[in-house]
Design a protein around this ligand. Sequence first.
Ligand SMILES: [Zn+2]
Length: 256
Amino acid sequence: MNYRIRPLLLGEAEVPNVLDVFWSLSTDRGRSNVPILGFLIEGAPEGPIVVDCGMRDPKRAIEIHRLGPHSCAPEQALPAQLALHGVQPSDVKTLILTHLHYDHCGNCAQLPNARIIVQRSELMAAAAPMGPAALPIGGKSLFYDRADVAELVDPLWDRLDLIEGDCEPFPGIACVLYDNSHTPGHQCVYVETEKGTAAIVGDIARKVDLNIHQAIPPGIYYDLEKMRRALADIARRADIVLPTHDWDTLVHGKIG
Ligand SMILES: [Zn+2]
């Protein structure tokens, strides 16, 4: 099965570069403008698949998560990005969420016919985030947004497909759980393409060379040993690695 992948540019954010390196052990004190990406996967007989769907509202990123400037231009809205590929929001039959941080699951309701595949452990973590409640960055919910959780457990509940561990929702598309990596229930999506296996890795890797090739974990993780194993597993399985917040993904992620 050879699927086609199209990156969707769903917004932009200014973030510190130290997020790329574990424990922020980096001399780079700069900040960068990074993309917030989702992915359209075409070629399944059941219809288009979307992986991650961007943020609910750029203002919430600043107010709730206490981060730097975020933006979503009109042409970066999810329907506009899908339209570039001739896809209507109602055409999308499956939405896979790598994890439930605010910048990955804020627009689920915009896909009215999609079943939503997410790890059960991730929904639990998002509803009751662990960790300190008073960090100056991240807010009380540590990058989860209660509006997203409320939407999933109430209006969207009947469309939720809560999985536990690995699954293959379609032949040649595999969801693989890497628990306690970037988040408690983070999953990667491996997609068979004409260029080999493409790994949509969410935020487990931020930069392919640094995090995958040099095996230096990025800054946000729950269990360092599990994060290292996740990065090694991705390196072993994937021919192409597609992080969410790297501009290179816009180029390398267009496959087929
Ligand atoms: Zn993210």
